[in-house]
Design a protein. Structure first.
Length: 138
């Protein structure tokens, strides 16, 4: 007789995920006997610093608050490099995490220091970009 059709695949989600691996160093930084904030202390430190930066910014201190947020990203990058296990601070490969956090932290700090009024540093390309946007002497 004829060949039988294969049984239709189930549309239910699989019980376990296959083909996806956690990022390198994503195990908890402390043992399971500790409460979650202690196990995940690297991300707790970084998020606390970001929260402080947001609070300072909300209190009308733009530059110090944003610089604090940038420093938090740099601290996250340093923790990612220095510690073998960082828990939820690990998102992608160690190299990618460090590069992204380092570049973003540096950019945030530089742009905060160059922001008006009374910039602490001068970035020449900022005036060129403002000129292209029709907002400066270009």
């Amino acid at each position: 007789m004829g060949a039988t059709a294969p049984a239709p695949k189930s549309r239910q989600r699989p019980v376990t995920t296959t083909g996806t691996f956690p990022p390198e160093g994503s195990a908890a930084a402390a043992g399971r006997s500790q409460p979650i904030p202690v196990r995940q202390w690297p991300i707790v430190i970084v998020l606390t610093m970001v929260g402080v930066g947001l609070a300072v910014t909300a209190l009308n201190q733009f530059r110090p608050g944003v610089v604090t947020i940038g420093v938090a990203l740099l601290v996250a990058g340093v923790l990612r490099v220095a510690l073998p296990e960082v828990g939820m601070l690990a998102v992608r490969s160690r190299f990618t995490d460090v590069v992204v956090m380092g570049v973003l932290g540096t950019a945030i700090i530089l742009l905060a220091l160059a922001s008006e009024p009374d910039p602490v540093i001068t970035l020449p390309f900022v005036n060129e970009i403002a000129g292209w946007l029709g907002r400066g002497g270009g």
